[in-house]
Write a protein that binds this ligand. Structure first.
Ligand code: MRU
Length: 334
């Protein structure tokens, strides 16, 4: 199922914050609504927030009333800045905005030509995301063998992309190829993407999934219950550093300690060849997400809490990257 569509002048997408209790569709009419949905994590997952941001620019182009090319470009630039400021870590967001803006500047002609170019570029990016993730699935499925138990973290699934997912695409294709794969999904505190979304997707597909709390990863590995780890990424640096959901680094260190392959399924749109590891901005979210559980306060008043949304895994913990261009070692990323 497609997670996002541009239809009749609105962006239609699923409110991921309500799943699995409620399946609510959002109809976003302008880039400001798209920006709020990204910030509040109703739309989430690196590839999906990139495409959603591109659709935000498409809405701006669609609904602009100006007859002046320069004014349209100004409106698009304003929209791009608002969308860019929503979440700092996943590089797909700025990658998508830069790509649409580049196309805008390059397009010759008047307002109508620019509008058409912006909308077409956004739609093209959504289609590419589908194809890319299918190719990632096909490439990665070769690394899984019949009977494997795969541990995954957060939701590197359809919900985080336009369709198929990244790490879950690898699992889905392996299952389509008649390999019997079982999945262990971490709950992924504090937003519970694993418990709420990954289990939901895999159950829909009939793929066996067992949920664990994040602190059970060492236990399942020490008890030989995991054959491979496959995760997604929010940013991969040319040096092979992986920025992904908080807890990924812990899983990678444990995987190495137990000799378990640690695989990162990622499209090239997530690879950032420019930024140095020291300059990566890790999103710090509201500590209340940690101080509460499903809306209920769990810590005494005045307790302090940290809430970094992502962590950084050094390349020595990564066995391989599964990309649309093939399987790459960390040193092959650049
Ligand atoms: O904060 P989120 O839910 O947007 O974080 C998403 C992740 O960390 C995913 O692991 C990543 O985007 C995988 S690719 C879909």
């Amino acid at each position: 199922m497609r997670t996002i569509r541009l239809e009749k002048g609105v962006v239609i997408t699923i409110d991921q914050s309500r799943l699995p209790m409620k399946l609510v569709f959002l109809k976003l009419k302008n880039y400001k609504q798209v920006a709020v949905a990204i910030k509040e994590m109703k739309i989430r997952g690196a590839p999906l927030i990139g495409v959603a941001a591109a659709f935000g620019l498409a809405l701006t182009a669609l609904h602009s009333k100006t007859m002046l090319r320069a004014q349209l470009i100004y409106e698009l630039e304003q929209a791009a800045e608002t969308l860019r400021s929503t979440r700092p870590t996943a590089v797909n967001l700025s990658w998508a905005l830069d790509r649409v803006m580049r196309r805008t500047y390059k397009t010759k002609g008047g307002v109508n030509e620019v509008k058409r170019a912006v909308i077409n570029e956004a739609l093209k990016m959504a289609e590419e995301d589908v194809q890319t993730n299918l190719t990632i699935g096909r490439n990665g499925a070769q690394l899984l063998v019949d009977g494997d138990v795969v541990l995954t973290h957060c939701n590197p699934g359809s919900f985080g992309t336009v369709e198929h997912g990244t790490a879950l695409s690898v699992i889905r294709v392996a299952v389509q190829n008649r390999k019997r794969i079982k999945v262990i999904a971490t709950e992924t505190r504090p937003q519970l993407q694993g418990a709420r979304l990954t289990t939901f997707e895999l159950k829909q597909d009939g793929i066996p999934v067992t949920l664990i709390t994040d602190s059970m990863v060492g236990y399942v590995m020490a008890n030989h219950m995991v054959d491979k780890v496959v995760v997604g990424a929010d940013r991969v640096l040319r040096t092979g550093y992986v920025i992904n959901k908080i807890g990924t680094y812990t899983i990678a260190v444990l995987a190495k300690a137990h000799n378990i392959p640690f695989l990162v399924a990622t499209p090239f749109s997530t690879i950032d060849l420019k930024t140095k590891v020291a300059d990566v901005v890790i999103e710090q979210r509201d500590p209340n997400e940690v101080l509460t559980f499903l809306g209920q306060r769990v810590a005494p008043p005045t307790t302090l809490a940290l809430n970094p949304a992502f962590d950084i895994t050094p390349p020595e913990y990564v066995t391989a990257f599964i990309t649309e261009k093939g399987i790459l070692s960390p040193s092959e990323i650049s």
